[in-house]
Design a protein around this ligand. Structure first.
Ligand code: ATP
Length: 345
């Protein structure tokens, strides 16, 4: 099967100023990522805050040009599709439904707006289409003429999902789509996303801090560390037999008690490296419990195992990677997962 969305050696750097009298420095937010996402897949992207997940998402959406490398959609370079062409086929759902919905527009007109922008149909046809998709996301007709302020957080996220789907996109890039919602509502939105994927044949890129959510929804997972993918595997295999020491640390991590956040406390300390002064060699080596001498000098290659991949010298050298210690309780599944299927919130 060929890839629907493919990133080739994708890099994005930013010029960052460190103070009035200091020279601007280059920060590599995403550093040489190659990925392929097949039709119908849900590619989960996980990693600590600042590892480059959102920057990657914005590039996959065509909203941020890469500094190096490129992206193809069905084999076509997305630069040749332009913003509008991309928007028809790849749509975002962001974290915060509060700030992303225009407070002065009604629900139906928010959802119909992409059609209006693309000059599709008459006003009546656009409204009809908007009502149809609103119904699909669990917002019946009585919601159509309400304003965002009259809706709950979950209902607003349903509107944002309807707006993303009204153009019949092939790929939806979800960047922390449930993180701003109450825990009970998160499950409903995840169930909705999974139902829509099945019914509409969608492909998702699903970014989340929350490992339990990613384990539940993703078919494959990419683990990012300081702008790079350090491991890529089928979800079940990744959670059962993680290969990279960083993945192991993430999976053994304890989620923060903050409801809905699910941000992992990795047990590796807070020393996520400064992206302006990345460590030499493997970027993870200063925190790695299994490091060997070459880790501090050489960046590990991303070794492919079929469609899986891992970037670690221990694998390079054919050695097995020791498991992280089991000190402390593991609470990976401490958040309620989508099981109950309620429509209301
Ligand atoms: N416009 C920008 N200018 C300068 N630096 C940026 C910019 N956007 C992102 N960065 C930096 O790039 C790195 C990756 O940021 P990004 O937001 O992609 O990470 P993330 O994994 O999505 O984090 P979070 O989970 O906190 O949203 C960070 O060090 C961030 O400060």
């Amino acid at each position: 099967m060929t890839a629907l969305l493919e990133a080739h050696d994708l890099t994005r750097s930013f010029e960052v100023s460190q103070g009035m009298f200091k020279a601007r420095r280059k920060l590599h937010a995403v550093n040489g990522i190659s990925l392929d996402i097949r039709k119908g897949e849900v590619l989960g992207i996980v990693g600590e805050s600042g590892c480059g997940k959102s920057t990657l998402a914005r590039m996959l959406l065509g909203l941020l040009p890469p500094t190096e490398g490129g992206i193809t959609l069905d084999g076509t370079d997305i630069r040749s599709l332009g913003r509008k062409g991309m928007a028809r086929r790849v749509q975002p759902v962001f974290q915060d439904p509060y700030s992303s919905l225009n407070p002065r527009r009604t629900v139906a007109s928010i959802v119909a707006l992409p059609l209006e922008v693309h000059g599709i149909g008459t006003a009546a046809e656009r409204r009809k289409q908007a009502l149809g998709i609103l119904d699909k996301v669990g917002l019946p007709q009585r919601f159509a003429d309400r304003y965002p302020r009259e809706l709950s957080g979950g209902q607003r996220q349903r509107v944002a999902i309807a707006r993303a789907l009204v153009m019949n996109p092939e790929v939806v890039v979800c960047d922390e789509p449930t993180s701003a919602l109450d825990v009970s509502v998160q499950s409903q939105i995840l169930n909705l996303l999974m139902d829509l994927r099945r019914d509409l044949g969608l492909t998702y890129v699903f970014i989340s801090h929350n490992l339990a959510v990613v384990e539940h929804i993703a078919t494959r997972v990419a683990v990012m560390y300081l702008g790079r993918v350090v491991e890529l595997a089928e979800t079940e295999a990744l959670f059962r037999t993680p290969r990279h020491p960083y993945t192991k640390a993430l999976l053994a991590s304890v989620l923060t008690p903050e409801p809905g956040q699910g941000i992992p406390e990795t047990g590796l300390g807070l020393a996520f490296p400064d992206p302006l002064n990345p460590p030499s060699g493997c970027p993870f080596h200063p925190r790695c419990p299994a490091r060997i001498s070459q880790c501090s000098t050489t960046v590990p290659r991303l070794l492919q195992f079929g469609r899986d991949a891992v970037a670690c010298h221990l694998h390079d050298a054919g050695q097995s990677i020791p498991s992280p210690s089991d000190d402390g309780a593991t609470m990976r599944h401490s958040l309620p997962l989508p099981q109950k299927r309620k429509q209301s919130e």
